[in-house]
Design a protein around this ligand. Structure first.
Ligand code: SF4
Length: 358
């Protein structure tokens, strides 16, 4: 593996991506960007990253910010546990470390939401520590270079890759790790054919020599996602829409959502469902509109949703206790609503008759 270091670093010097968090790679910046980049494309992260730092420029700001404001800054990135753990870790850094970032790999690994990859990325890039940052990009490059057919979920592969990278780690570990990230993102591509003719490691790559690049990495056969049908209610009363909090555990834990019910309900069933919410169907629901279907894909579940907008002329205490009735401007600016409901939010905001308050 030693032979890959020089050509890889030379390639990186010429081809490194210009990314906002690379301009000033402080531990806070590297950490924040790495957390945002989990499950999210680089292009999508850039604007979130800029806005987040504009509001919360220091780890102290992050530790102290109100949860609602924090979630709002994260809205649309999904996987909200990431930002909750980010804040928990910031609070630990402020209380246990006096606001000074730890420099050691194992100290980072002990913080909430930080795995081996992120700990390695932060300490190598921000502190120049010789720690690998092994993610999907690195597994893909490694298994292709070596024609290693081990299932990438196996611990033995993880240990092997980490050990071999540790052995060849050069004087600039941050540069080396970022070179692998960029090679994986730009050349040794995850989907479709890798651009081997542009690859600095071509002469060392066994898969390329054998023409078997696409056989690696070997992944376990995944289970199909569970389909959950849901009916979503946009319940409007006097220009405000009802939001309720999801349970503290499980999918989208503790986030705001539009109320709903399992299954795809017919109009008649919707009327019955309203009764469960304490709204009498006779005479109080003045208007029900079928908005239509929407789909949202989580890692293990797919929501197939059917939405209704329901204008209420009266509400019960039971319904009031269900959550909060929000104006459209509050829906837009104050409450963080998961992107699973993006289609329905778009529906609310795209209707000119709704006159969003400024
Ligand atoms: Fe990946 Fe091709 Fe480079 Fe091998 S030669 S590391 S398969 S891009």
């Amino acid at each position: 593996m030693k032979e890959i270091v020089k050509p890889l670093l030379a390639w990186y010097q010429e081809n490194a991506r210009v990314l906002p968090w690379r301009q000033e790679p402080s531990p806070y910046h590297v950490w924040l960007s790495e957390i945002m980049l989990q499950q999210t494309r680089v292009e999508a992260v850039k604007e979130y990253y800029r806005r987040f730092l504009e509001h919360l420029p220091t780890v102290q700001d992050l530790a102290e910010v109100e949860e609602e404001e924090l979630l709002k800054l994260w809205q649309g990135l999904g996987y909200y546990n990431r930002v909750r753990n980010l804040q928990k870790a910031a609070q630990i850094i402020c209380t246990q470390y006096g606001g000074i970032f730890p420099t050691e790999y194992h100290a980072w690994l002990a913080l909430p939401g930080i795995g081996e990859y992120t700990a390695g990325a932060v300490v190598s890039i921000a502190f120049g520590k010789k720690e690998p940052a092994v993610d999907g990009n690195v597994y893909r490059i490694y298994t292709r270079l070596r024609t290693d057919g081990t299932d990438i979920t196996k611990t033995e592969l993880k240990k092997r890759v980490r050990q071999e990278l540790l052995e060849i780690m050069p004087e600039d570990p941050g540069g080396f790790n970022q070179a692998l990230m960029d090679l994986g993102a730009m050349v040794c591509l995850p989907n479709g054919t890798p651009l081997c003719d542009q690859c600095p490691l071509q002469t060392y790559c066994k898969a390329h020599q054998a023409g078997t690049e696409l056989s690696y990495p070997v992944k376990p056969s995944g289970k199909p996602r569970r389909i959950e049908k849901r009916t979503v209610f946009l319940l409007e009363y006097q220009g405000r829409y009802l939001l309720q909090k999801r349970p503290d555990r499980g999918l989208l834990a503790g986030l705001w959502e539009f109320p709903g019910q399992e299954g795809h309900l017919t109009l008649e069933q919707v009327m019955d469902g309203l009764q469960d919410l304490g709204v009498s169907a006779d005479g109080h629901t003045s208007d029900i509109t079928l908005i239509g279907k929407a789909k949202h894909i989580f890692s293990h579940v797919e929501w197939h949703m059917l939405g209704y907008e329901i204008h209420l002329s009266a509400i019960s205490d039971k319904l009031r206790d269900h959550g909060v009735f929000c104006t459209l401007s509050e829906l837009r600016d104050t409450y963080s609503i998961p992107s699973a409901f993006a289609v329905y939010l778009k529906y609310l905001f795209s209707d000119p008759e709704k006159n969003i308050e400024k």
